[in-house]
Design a binder for this molecule. Structure first.
Ligand SMILES: NC(=O)c1ccc[n+]([C@@H]2O[C@H](COP(=O)([O-])OP(=O)(O)OC[C@H]3O[C@@H](n4cnc5c(N)ncnc54)[C@H](O)[C@@H]3O)[C@@H](O)[C@H]2O)c1
Length: 320
């Protein structure tokens, strides 16, 4: 099959491209290299079934042809990462709305299926033990820039269903919970690469807040497998799916696990949120996906443990 991956030079997009090419498919990636890197594509750049288009999705003159020429679009391009979002809210909102609108408009016109990336952030401040796709989205006020990412992704989801109703768009929404693995950068506030980098450098591992907040981490290879099984099943069209690990770990335990598994002598330090981010930063205590829906549709569930994730990230970071 012929796939178009927006954000194909990014962390998840490049792993997805690797996988699809290994399976014998054709892949075109479009990426403006804002947070993506050419290094992520090093292994596939010379592959004749791979093509990279450099540029912004929403400004690319060839977007209509790229979308029409694909059997399915994985729309992953977005402004990503808590730090980036807090520092550049205009860039976040504009990118996440305009790029998605451009993809949906062209996909609806061409009749091409789209799997579009959303995020667990859309569940916002809701206080449920686990989050289900039908839950209400409880997003904080617009004066807190952190929520601009969640709000822009929630709007993308509304746009998908609006295009579906009025223009026949064939769209599936995937809400990624924390996805981790080799190639993810710590620069944009991603916790595992940041902790592993600090542990390998022998620096203190810096936990924001009191560390009692918990998160669930899914290996990027498991996430890619989820995208592939959803793409293979047309019955997933018009649906929203959580993709993530259902096993929470506190950030304190994560820090200790990273130190132990990397054989580091680093200590663990706590930094108040107000020092790590802007004053008034809000974080969620817990965020666990309910993954019954994707399991029911496709049989998918994550296979890789947290230790495997940490060891894979550390092995990647140790490479020269
Ligand atoms: N990694 C996670 O844990 C996670 C969690 C929730 C949601 N997501 C979503 O998954 C998708 C992929 O995220 P990722 O973790 O691989 O991040 P990433 O930053 O590595 O990937 C995003 C890619 O999109 C590119 N890009 C950004 N704006 C663009 C534009 N206007 N035109 C073209 N390319 C553009 C970037 O250069 C980058 O390569 C994003 O939509 C993100 O919101 C990721």
């Amino acid at each position: 099959m012929r796939f178009l991956i927006t954000g194909g030079a990014g962390f998840i997009g490049s792993h997805l491209a690797d996988h699809l090419l290994r399976e014998g498919h054709e892949v075109t990636a479009i990426d403006d290299l804002s947070t993506g890197r050419m290094g992520n594509l090093a292994a596939i750049l010379r592959e004749p079934r791979f093509r990279l288009v450099k540029g912004r999705v929403e400004e690319a003159p060839e977007l209509a042809d790229l979308v029409a020429g694909a059997d399915l679009v994985f729309h992953l391009a977005a402004a990503v990462g808590v730090d980036l979002v807090v520092q550049s809210p205009v860039h976040t909102i504009e990118t996440n709305l305009r790029a998605t609108e451009a993809v949906f408009k062209n996909a609806a016109a061409a009749g091409t299926r789209v799997i579009a990336a959303s995020t667990s952030e859309v569940y916002g401040k809701a206080n449920s033990p686990t989050f289900r796709e039908t839950d209400d989205l409880v997003i904080g006020p617009p004066t807190h820039f952190r929520w601009s990412y969640a709000a822009s992704k929630a709007m993308d989801e509304f746009l998908a269903f609006a295009y579906r109703k009025e223009k026949g768009l064939k769209a599936t929404i995937v809400r990624f919970f924390n996805t981790v693995g080799p190639r993810q950068l710590g620069d944009y506030g991603m916790v595992i690469p940041r902790f592993v980098g600090q542990a390998l450098a022998g620096q203190p591992v810096r936990v924001f807040g009191d560390g009692a907040q918990s998160r669930c981490f899914c290996h990027v290879q498991d996430t890619v497998r989820a995208l592939v099984v959803l793409a293979a099943d047309p019955a997933t069209e018009g649906e929203i799916f959580n993709i993530g690990s259902p096993n929470p770990v506190t950030i304190n335990d994560l820090a200790l696990r990273v130190v132990a598994l990397t054989g580091s002598r680093s200590t663990v330090e706590h930094i108040p949120y107000d020092k790590a981010y802007a004053p008034g930063f809000e974080d969620m205590l817990r965020r666990v996906p309910d993954i019954h829906k994707i399991r029911r549709f496709t049989g998918w569930e994550p296979r890789k443990s947290l230790d495997e994730i940490i060891l894979d990230v550390a092995a990647h970071m140790r490479q020269p």
